[in-house]
Write a new protein. Sequence first.
Length: 159
Amino acid sequence: MFLKIIIVILTVFGMEFIAWFAHKYLMHGWLWVWHEDHHKPHFEKEGFFEKNDLFFLVFAIPSALSYMLGSFVPSLWWLFYIGVGISIYGLIYFLIHDVYIHQRFKWFKQLDTKYSRAILRAHGAHHTKSTKEDCESFGLLIVNSKYFKRRTVKTEITE
């Protein structure tokens, strides 16, 4: 049982790196045609869904295959738990990215922790560009330390 839990936990953590790689090199690469509408302001979008939502299906396929192979091929039992880990990461990604950051569902209010503010800053920095080039911050859960620093507003004192 301990090994199964370790496989799930390692998969959840590993998915952050796979998602980072896919975001940087696929979504901002040859699959930009799907991801581009995600970088447009909400008022420019028609309807609830984006082409970017197709990535949900892309990431669901390895999870589903892992569940099936792990269930039906006894020697590949461990794949079932990789599928569980991918699913858990997908749920975390959905809750943080679609529900919390982009407020596509109004399920919970603004969080107010250093980590939640850093996630918002990092994602905001990523969305400052509407092109596929020169973006930063491609991950979701692992946030660069610079986003934990409080932003200061420079004000001019006039007499």
